[in-house]
Design a protein around this ligand. Structure first.
Ligand code: DAH
Length: 340
């Protein structure tokens, strides 16, 4: 019995560790709950009385030496050359942190907002689940108006008065209800339409709505504002306003910007014309002002709504709208440089 403990002491003295796991294995073997040390202490009562004292001393020695060995082995490992090269060199470059990127839609939305901020437009927002009044009726689109068909709508099944907003024009109404003219506001947001998904259309997309109400606002002001916007965002001020119809504006126009035909994507996105429609605009219909309790005799104003995906596709030469919603990291990673 004494001989066995002496052998164990020798084993402990010889122990060397190359890795932290070896030290841990060694510790468990000797000092663990089911380890050698505990076994030996249990043996203690079976030892002849005459040998008890020596046995006890040897046990204590074994235990102390084991602990010492563990401590010194750890210290040796930490100060070894290998470890030093990892922990000791404070000039080593840190682990590379993967930089995230903003979503291209956020980048473009922020740029649009910033351009309008500069000429005094403030940001406003509204709910994505909207009521019939703000999305349609107040915008001069009463129930059964055929123009409602222009925007295929997702209704909330449990409540026929609730729907997913089909455009950010709903925020115009909310803003006019809460603010007195002069009004200059820009409302970015997500909108929903019950449409088949393709390379050019999606059932979820983003718009920015603009609204300007004051005394003596004219169509010339609208055109000038749109030219300023196009120049700031695209570096091109050649725009075209095509007569159109929206129930909430009179007169109404479609806004095209002249992009040119330099790349294959330009051809695809502009259908070979060089012109791209980015949204609609017009002079706010007096009925809409009245619905929001604004004096239509005294005030006039213009409004516009742009599709953010359209603009992003043009700016970044993206040929398929679905890329924005799939969140494929290989696609998103390309926007790292643009952290604004
Ligand atoms: N709400 C329209 C749409 O989603 C876009 C639009 C057209 C907004 C003309 C306007 C506007 O503010 O004046 O198709």
């Amino acid at each position: 019995m004494l001989g066995r403990v002496k052998e164990l002491i020798a084993e402990v003295e010889e122990f060397k560790a190359k890795k932290v796991v070896h030290i841990e294995e060694f510790r468990i073997k000797f000092l663990g709950k089911k380890g050698i040390m505990n076994d030996l202490f249990r043996e203690f009562k079976n030892v002849e009385p005459a040998l008890k004292k020596e046995f006890g001393q040897l046990l204590n020695e074994l235990k102390a030496k084991t602990q010492e060995k563990i401590d010194s082995a750890k210290e040796d490992l930490e100060s070894s050359d290998d470890a030093k090269s990892v922990f000791g060199d404070l000039t080593r470059p840190a682990e590379p942190l993967d930089l995230g990127s903003r979503h291209p839609i956020s980048i473009v939305r922020n740029r649009i907002v910033e351009i309008f901020n500069r000429i005094g437009f403030v940001v406003s927002e509204g709910p994505e689940i909207e009521d019939d009044w703000h999305n349609f009726t107040a915008l001069n689109l009463p129930e059964y108006h055929p123009a409602r068909d222009m925007q295929d709508t997702f209704f909330v099944q449990t409540n026929p008065d609730e729907l997913l907003r089909t455009h950010t024009s709903s925020v115009q109404v909310r803003y006019m209800e809460d603010h007195k003219p002069p009004i200059r506001t820009i409302s970015p947001g997500r909108v929903f339409r019950n449409e088949a998904i393709s390379a050019r259309a999606h059932c979820i997309f983003h718009q920015v709505e603009g609204l300007y109400i004051d005394e003596n606002v004219s169509f010339a002001d609208l055109k000038q504002t749109l030219m300023y916007f196009s120049k700031e965002l695209f570096g091109k001020s050649k725009i075209r306003l095509r007569p159109s119809y929206f129930p909430f504006t009179e007169p109404s126009a479609e806004v095209d910007i002249y992009w040119g035909l330099e790349t294959e994507t330009d051809y695809r996105i502009t259908k070979g014309t060089g012109w791209l429609e980015i949204g609609g605009c017009g002079m706010v219909d007096p009925n809409v002002l009245k619905n929001a309790n604004i004096d239509a005799e005294k005030y006039s104003g213009f409004a516009f709504g742009f599709g953010v995906e359209r603009i992003a596709m043009l700016l970044y030469q993206i040929g398929d709208i679905r890329h924005f919603f799939e969140n494929d990291v290989r696609f998103l990673e390309q926007f790292k440089a643009d952290l604004k």
